[in-house]
Ligand binder design. Structure first.
Ligand code: PGA
Length: 270
């Protein structure tokens, strides 16, 4: 049963810094093979590719399938002397409809701060790009029983600046850092507990309507074998998929599981 008519469901792939153009082409062929031409998906599907592939992937995928293309990062300023950075308006012009923001790899390796992250959300929303905000604790933080504290802190500025953001169109990805790329996902129950906690934070800070509406997806070693177990949880609205999104067949299979679990009555074809 869908908990709310207005809650969005999303499968988002994250290619990270993988794939030369020939491999991207092979991926598209795999994906298209799976994709039935009359399929109707009520879920959202986004694929986050490296910057130089955005326009090409929009042209070959978004035109023929419901897959929207996203970026994996954006600059924290509108424009300026920021060598090597890519602005939100440039992403929009390239065709991006989604953007991952605050992925733990960026927080850890590129020292992204919560202040920069909230600015990035604001900047992409101005360009009508849908942000996916990543939050999650490290193994040490979990062991020290600090998971809820860490996540509360990561969301604090979002709540403080809620007047400047359009939170209805925000997706929160709960990605425990220890589960990313490790082949050791959280259990569906562990993930559900934190998703319910995040939803409760939204209830306290923004009210029940927003809490019910906000899309919260799980990320960290999601694959075709375990995805359905996550999607059966009431507060898990989809997945952010890294490794398994590198295979077109697996990515399709995961989105099909989300569609079937959240919308058990098949929609009529167009
Ligand atoms: P993973 O990556 O699915 O390979 O664990 C998830 C992510 O980093 O978003």
């Amino acid at each position: 049963m869908k908990p709310s008519l207005s809650r969005r469901n999303l499968v988002a792939g994250n290619w990270k810094m993988y794939y030369a153009p020939e491999k991207a082409q092979a991926w598209v062929e795999q994906y298209i093979q799976e994709y039935p031409t009359n399929a109707v998906f009520q879920i959202e599907i986004a694929l986050h590719v490296p910057f130089p592939f955005i326009t090409h992937m929009c042209n070959i995928l978004s035109k023929y399938t419901p897959v929207q293309i996203g970026a994996q990062n954006v600059a924290f300023a509108y424009e300026g002397p920021y060598t090597g950075e890519v602005s939100a308006s440039m992403l929009r012009a390239a065709g991006a409809r989604y953007c991952i923001i605050g992925h733990s790899e960026r927080r850890q390796l590129f020292y992204e701060t919560d202040e920069q992250i909230v600015t990035k959300i604001e900047l992409v929303q101005r360009e009508e790009i849908l942000p996916i905000l990543c939050v999650g604790e490290t193994a040490e933080e979990r062991q020290a029983n600090r998971t809820q504290k860490v996540i509360t802190k990561q969301l604090e500025l979002i709540f403080e600046k809620q007047e400047d953001l359009d939170l209805k169109y925000l997706t929160v990805a709960y990605e425990p850092v220890w589960a990313i790329g490790s082949g050791k996902p959280a259990t569906p129950e562990q993930a559900q507990e934190i998703h319910a906690f995040i939803r409760e934070l939204f209830r306290q800070e923004c009210g029940p309507e927003m809490a019910n509406r906000i899309a919260i997806i799980y990320g960290g070693s999601v694959n075709t074998e375990n995805a359905g177990k996550f999607f059966e949880q009431p507060d898990i609205d989809g997945a952010l998929v890294g490794g398994a999104s590198l295979n077109g067949h697996s990515f399709f299979e995961i989105q099909q599981q989300l569609q079937q679990i959240k919308y058990p009555t098949p929609p009529l074809p167009n």
